[in-house]
Design a protein around this ligand. Structure first.
Ligand code: X8Z
Ligand code: ZN
Length: 599
């Protein structure tokens, strides 16, 4: 025994030494990698920023520069040497610090997106993606031969009761799909081919794996979510068919809602259908400037304890629409950028004063404050991401929801304190936003991209499949049958430049209601339907505790830790529960055209 003890001690010591020298070696690799990565990433982001904010017809220099910068980044992140090293070290994962393991996995995940084992395919994909962005956002939308912006189209779809005018606007918005179809066909193939080089079966599966889930698991989760929200959606669908027919003076109520009847290009948000008596937020916001909208959102974040946005944000962002005579165009979809994965944060928007941009501005600042919160030494550059992608989407949408509730608006004098608000109307309006979004996101978008990548949907079926899913999940129909020269799916930004990730938003809504429920009940002690987060530092502390850890924590553990429950639609269902009976009553005697149970 006595002899064994020192021997054991020596062995343990030896093991410790080799463990610590292995950790040192890995750390040196990670430090080196990070340094080069951050530099190349920043260059690529700057070039991409330019390519999204200055789209000049006939110019090729900006996109060429963007392509080159992205190729340089891909040559590094996808390099065979980096892949082999990360793999080698991960074989000894049990000897490494948990944060080292996470970073090595992040390196491999990025490598799989653009692996240099297939350099030609990566190059073609970068070129096709850059071109697709240019085609989408350089597109000249036209109504009756006159150029219009997407904000113009959206205004018609939210405000006009003239079906002829609406049809023109909706059709104009889908023209871009035709121009994007050839690029999407190429990208379907190229995206699959790039990730297959590192053994992912297809691009959808690759993107889903970021959650630590298989495609089957993600689809099962999305279908469950759809089923859980379906009874409510069916009531909303019935309600909307009758209300819309009345609004447009159509005597025969259609079985499926014609797409141009809805106040959104894709039918993803119907909230503009309901005007809540007593508070006309849209009317109030229209009196304000676009600058006020962005500043107001910042004030809200500051009020709960976040810092003012850095000066560079204001100087470098592109927040407002370009004048029509600018001579160039910009990406018209909202986004938030973390260009150097440190202090350079910017947003790209086209804010005009209306309710939709009010919400979207809160959403984008949520991303920006997430970036700011985890950009600290404790969070390695490679883990400066949301706990998962859905968390990142949830934060700003959560504050967007909070910024629409009556006590909040009263506090800011945006609605008079003595306003009597019909609470059921207001809940209905919210459901037309949050509930209606689920069949779109968890259904149409997710199932379409699954078909596109995992099942390699043939190009001569793109539009047929799209409308089959629109009918099945949303109960929507095209105004007229649309053949395969159209590619209506491609009119949606994410299909082109945020591929195979739209379930992020479905999950973000689920998470958002879980967080809101916790904040309302446990922190504010207020009814979740009528909260006022404004100025509450405890709310800010709670949100920051989630944001500031970035990707250093396992997301399933984190959600359980901060809300006390696993990810589920429970809170969302609770929130809208009072509406179900109200709508059943309203819909009495009306014909339901969606089947009683979701399949
Ligand atoms: O794309 C977005 C954000 C991007 S950061 C504005 N959203 C989805 C969409 O517009 O389709 C937010 C909610 C859904
Ligand atoms: Zn977002």
């Amino acid at each position: 025994m006595r002899k064994i003890m020192p021997l054991l001690a020596a062995l343990v010591l030896l093991a410790c030494q080799s463990k610590s020298s292995l950790r040192q070696e890995v750390q040196a690799f990670l430090d080196d990698y990070t340094q080069t990565f951050q530099k190349l990433y920043y260059k690529a982001s700057l070039a991409e920023w330019k390519a999204n904010t200055m789209i000049i017809e006939g110019d090729t220099t900006i996109e060429a520069a963007s392509r080159r910068a992205q190729e340089a980044l891909a040559r590094f992140t996808g390099s065979i040497e980096n892949i082999e090293k990360a793999r080698k070290y991960l074989k000894q994962a049990d000897q490494l610090a948990p944060l080292q393991v996470k970073q090595l996995k992040a390196i491999l995940y990025m490598a799989a997106d653009k692996p240099q084992t297939v350099p030609q395919i990566v190059k073609e994909r970068i070129a096709a993606e850059t071109q697709q962005t240019k085609t989408l956002f350089g597109f000249d939308f036209k109504i009756d031969g006159r150029s219009v912006s997407t904000n113009d189209i959206d205004r018609i779809l939210t405000e006009s009761s003239d079906l002829t005018e609406r049809l023109k606007a909706w059709e104009a918005s889908k023209e871009v799909g035709k121009a994007l179809k050839p690029g999407l066909v190429r990208l379907q193939k190229l995206r699959n081919e790039t990730v297959r080089a590192l053994d992912y079966p297809d691009y959808f599966t690759y993107q889903v794996s970021d959650y630590g889930m298989s495609t089957e698991e993600m689809l099962a989760l999305m279908r469950k979510l759809n089923r859980e929200l379906y009874p409510l959606y069916r009531e909303l669908h019935t309600y909307a068919r009758y209300e819309l027919a009345r609004k447009y003076g159509v005597s025969k109520v259609p079985d499926l809602i014609p797409a141009h009847w809805l106040p959104n290009r894709w039918g993803q948000d119907w909230s503009a259908l309901v005007k809540v008596k007593g508070y006309d937020l849209d009317g109030v916001l229209k009196q304000k400037s676009a600058e006020w909208i962005v500043k107001q959102a910042e004030r809200f974040y500051i009020s709960v304890g976040f810092p003012p946005l850095p000066q560079s944000f204001w100087e470098k962002s592109s927040l407002y629409p370009l004048p029509p005579d600018a001579g160039y165009k910009k990406n018209n979809h909202a986004s938030a950028w973390h260009l150097d994965l440190d202090k350079d944060v910017r947003s790209l928007m086209s804010v005009v004063p209306n309710t939709e941009w009010y919400e979207t501005t809160h959403h984008e600042l949520g991303h920006i404050y997430y970036y700011i919160s985890y950009s600290r030494p404790e969070v390695p550059i490679l883990l400066r991401e949301g706990a998962n992608r859905a968390f990142h989407e949830a934060m700003g949408s959560l504050l967007g929801l909070a910024a629409m509730q009556k006590p909040f608006l009263v506090h800011l004098n945006l609605v008079p304190a003595d306003t009597k608000v019909d609470e059921m109307q207001s809940l209905l309006k919210e459901a037309l936003n949050y509930v209606v979004f689920i069949p779109w996101s968890a259904g149409v978008m997710t199932e379409f991209e699954y078909e596109l990548y995992t099942n390699e949907l043939p190009p001569d079926q793109f539009n047929r499949k799209w409308w089959e899913l629109k009918e099945k999940y949303q109960g929507n129909a095209p105004p007229e049958p649309r053949g395969e020269t159209f590619c209506d799916a491609a009119s949606k930004t994410h299909i082109n430049n945020d591929a195979a990730q739209y379930y992020d938003y479905a999950l973000s809504y689920v998470i958002l209601f879980q967080l809101h429920d916790y904040i309302a009940r446990q922190i504010l002690h207020q009814d979740p339907h009528a909260t006022n987060y404004y100025g509450n530092k405890a709310v800010g502390d709670f949100l920051r505790s989630i944001m500031e850890v970035g990707r250093t924590r396992d997301w399933r553990e984190l959600i359980r830790e901060v809300t006390g429950e696993d990810i589920s639609a429970r809170a969302m269902l609770d929130y809208f529960e009072p509406l179900l009976n109200y709508l059943k009553e309203k819909n009495k005697g009306r014909r339901y055209t969606l089947p009683p149970l979701a399949d």
